[in-house]
Design a protein around this ligand. Structure first.
Ligand code: RB5
Length: 153
């Protein structure tokens, strides 16, 4: 089946998004790019929401989001039902986010991570499968929290 990955960024991530888009397309993956596409200052929630909504509605298999630190995009993405967004700084966190957390959105801080390791991070995240087993029950607990609308309701 065709794999669709939704990507998005704020002004801090435009260059890196372009690089990641090329990597994905070279790998034969269909990319839906939600912008932004230039250095004009924008608000990361607007772009994070577009990508996260695609993943939440199963209109994209996975998503990749980029902002300066990756923190803002992570906060936004994890508000969406069914989204498990992981802020990854290296291949280890990218791999573990798939193995243990079944992450479906990869978040990268463009001002944190060296451009030299981006390709390795993305490839590791793409090729690693969820391990299942004991981790399935933990994800189920996250879903239960989501279904409650949060513990504080
Ligand atoms: C933009 O300057 C910056 O705040 C944003 O890219 C991100 O790091 C927010 O978390």
């Amino acid at each position: 089946m065709e794999m669709i990955i939704a990507i998005g960024c704020d002004h801090a991530g435009v260059e890196l998004k372009g690089k990641i888009r090329s990597l994905l397309e070279t790998a034969g993956i269909t990319v839906q790019d939600f912008g932004t596409n230039n250095s004009t200052s924008v608000d990361y929630p607007d772009f994070g929401a577009k990508v996260s909504s695609m993943v939440s509605k199963n209109e994209a298999a996975r998503g990749i989001l980029i902002c300066g630190t990756g923190i803002g995009m992570s906060i936004v993405a994890n508000k969406f039902k069914g989204v498990r967004a992981a802020l990854c700084h290296d291949t280890y966190t990218a791999r573990m986010s798939r193995l243990h957390n079944d992450s479906n959105i990869l978040v990268i801080g463009s001002r944190i991570v060296s451009p030299d390791i981006i390709e390795d991070i993305v490839n590791e995240w793409l090729k690693t499968d969820f391990e299942g087993g004991r981790h399935t029950k933990r994800l189920q607990k996250i879903t239960e929290i989501e279904d409650l609308g949060g513990y504080n309701k």
